[in-house]
Ligand binder design. Structure first.
Ligand SMILES: [Ca+2]
Ligand SMILES: [Ca+2]
Ligand SMILES: [Ca+2]
Ligand SMILES: [Ca+2]
Length: 324
């Protein structure tokens, strides 16, 4: 499985060099995994999807999940099974990051989302250590003697759990060599978490994320939907990618094309529209996707709301788990 014929180079960090942002790997979605590389003890509480299907549901082809099976595949008002774990309730979607349905595309850069949860053993992060980058070592390179440089207590996170993309190969903007391994600018290469959400109301949903940023090399994440990675072209265009300040915080910041720590609104574009949102164009189940941009970010919870004035506080709204 390690014989990846991928052109994942050890180029520089595009934070300062936009021209090298495009990875050349023509990858496809990898086989779903259970939240860690095969053979590890990493366990996100995964449940085989065959146990998640309800009677008469034959559409589920068996991905694994970070969601407890008791919350999965509920029924709509008409009794029709719904392949979703969450729903919009009165214009609000609220989801713990660790309750993802599926994780894809891990093997492109050999990076996995691990779940850290209070009261459970720490996952075993599988990676090579002290291997120089450059030359023929990508994508195995890692200059550090450990693969996760911090041990953030999951009790600090909402729901006493968070997920983190590891190994953390890149820990400072100035370090050489880790290139597209430690920072993923082409979302097609991003290890991606999927969340299935049933929407009743269409419209623009304003997105907030809760995470723990750490300096310049563990503070970014990509937002997508239904296999696409939309742009915000209203002002300082960029894809929908978030940038977190240090420490645990709720933010709506978008990493714009030039304003990297959050785009300022104008008279023409409201502050809220300048940042992160998704347009839900049809009712039904949508796949909300969060892809790693920088390794080592503790990713905790997200909220989507129709109300542009909404601001989360504390733990934010309770999870909008799909009602049975
Ligand atoms: Ca960590
Ligand atoms: Ca990092
Ligand atoms: Ca970290
Ligand atoms: Ca959480």
């Amino acid at each position: 499985m390690l014989g990846l014929g991928l052109a994942v180079g050890c180029g520089g960090d595009d934070d300062t060099s936009p021209g090298n942002a495009e990875a050349t790997a023509g990858t496809t979605m990898a086989t779903p995994t259970d939240g860690g590389p095969p053979g590890t003890t990493a366990d996100n509480g995964s449940t085989d999807a065959t146990t998640m299907s309800v009677s008469g549901d034959t559409t589920d082809d068996g991905p694994t999940s970070g969601v407890d099976s008791t919350t999965s595949a509920g029924s709509s008002d008409t009794g029709t099974p719904v392949d979703a774990e969450f729903e919009e309730i009165d214009g609000v979607v609220s989801v713990e990051a660790e309750h993802y349905f599926e994780e894809t595309n891990n093997e492109t850069i050999l990076t996995y989302w691990y779940t850290f949860e209070a009261g459970r053993p720490e996952p075993v992060v599988e990676c090579v250590t002290n291997t120089p980058c450059g030359g023929g070592n990508a994508p195995m390179c890692n200059q550090y003697p450990d693969c996760d440089g911090d041990a953030i207590d999951p009790a600090e996170a909402i729901g006493s759990a968070y997920v983190e993309a590891l190994p953390d190969r890149r820990r400072d903007d100035s370090e050489p060599g880790t290139g597209n391994l430690g920072v993923v600018n082409n979302q097609e290469n991003a290890p991606t978490l999927h969340y299935r959400v049933l929407f009743t109301q269409t419209g623009r949903y304003y997105v907030w994320g809760h995470a723990r940023g750490q300096g310049p090399a563990a503070n970014g994440i990509h937002l997508g939907i239904d296999g696409t990675w939309p742009d915000n072209d209203l002002i300082d265009p960029s894809s929908m990618r978030m940038q977190f300040p240090n420490g645990w915080v709720w933010t709506q910041n978008r990493r714009g094309g030039s304003q990297h720590t959050g785009v300022s609104g104008t008279d023409e574009v409201s502050q809220r529209d300048a940042n992160i949102w998704l347009d839900i164009e049809s009712p039904g189940v949508h796949d909300i996707m969060w892809g790693m941009r920088e390794d080592g970010l503790e990713w905790d919870k997200f909220v989507m709301v129709l109300d542009p004035e909404f601001e989360p506080e504390g733990d934010g709204p309770p999870e909008t788990t799909l009602r049975q």
